[in-house]
Design a protein around this ligand. Structure first.
Ligand code: MF3
Ligand code: CO
Ligand code: CO
Length: 271
């Protein structure tokens, strides 16, 4: 697959998809609390996507490897889960942290992909700190995006910030180009690698979605073929935005009314 450059009209499609995905997270937010199960949240998401957004959940039946289609509409990754947690019937407990990752495919076929962290009740200081620094790590990466920028600068900014804070960047999963396909080229690595060579061009749409572990960077896949946990069982956090490369910098597409405040070092979601 090659990198797709979106024209004006296609960018409008991506804006609508990004907004829809963010609105879905806004809608889910008041339901994410103690006692709720991730299956209940998944059902709420499916109904909102279908009836309110008139769209479809991109994760549902997504099957990149062939033979193990993703069974739900959202990913819910709790505590030491790094990503791709399949919703289940276990109630959320006080002190849990979780990532909800949503993908929305609009009627026009464009996809918005975004995730946020949620804290159930009062979490530990360490857990809250991990969620907050992962949010800042994502924004440090996004702030580098612009025309003629090499994508390694995104990874460099995220890795440097994260390691300064004493945490580690997951290597086994990355961000990606996005458009009519959930995952397109290029891969967006959240660390420095000689393989990160793509030069950004206006009209590209990519995700920045660092997974940050409180302990070591290594991960382990679960027997369900989707869920991924930290090998050392330490806590893991992730935030994700879909971002357009513009003539002057970037435009974050997965924003809506309920989106949390920008970190102090970011002055605008458009440059
Ligand atoms: N939303 C994930 C991402 O950010 C992809 C999830 S694939 C799924 O790229 F099948 F698990 F939903
Ligand atoms: Co996602
Ligand atoms: Co993504």
């Amino acid at each position: 697959m090659t990198i797709t450059i979106k024209n004006k009209e296609e960018i409008e499609g991506m804006r609508a998809a990004g907004r829809a995905a963010s609105q879905l997270l806004d809608y889910l937010t008041p339901f994410v609390r103690e006692g709720k199960t991730t299956n209940q949240i998944d059902k709420l998401a499916y109904d909102f996507i279908k009836h309110d957004l008139k769209s479809t959940p991109a994760p549902l039946n997504y099957d990149p490897m062939g033979g193990n289609p993703y069974p739900k509409s959202i990913c819910t990754s709790v505590n030491n889960m790094v990503c791709h947690g399949i919703p289940n019937d276990k109630p959320l407990r006080k002190g849990d942290i979780l990532n909800i990752d949503v993908g929305v495919t609009t009627q026009d076929g464009w996809i918005g992909d975004t995730s946020r962290m949620f804290v159930i009740g009062e979490a530990s200081i360490a857990a809250k700190r991990l969620c907050a620094l992962t949010y800042d790590a994502m924004w440090h990466g996004i702030s580098k995006i612009g025309p003629n920028v090499c994508i390694v600068e995104i990874g460099r900014a995220i890795q440097k910030f994260t390691e300064t804070q004493g945490c580690s960047v997951v290597r086994d999963y990355c961000g990606h180009g996005i458009g009519r396909n959930f995952h397109e080229e290029p891969q967006i690595l959240h660390f420095v690698s000689p393989e990160a060579k793509t030069i950004l061009v206006p009209g590209m749409t990519i995700t920045v979605e660092p997974m940050i572990n409180a302990g070591r960077k290594e991960t382990k896949g679960l027997p369900d073929g989707w869920g991924v946990v930290t090998k050392d069982r330490s806590l893991s956090a992730q935030w994700e935005h879909t971002v357009l490369v513009t003539e002057t910098g970037f435009e974050v597409l997965t924003l809506s009314e309920g989106y949390p405040e920008l970190p102090a070092f970011i002055t605008s979601t458009k440059t």
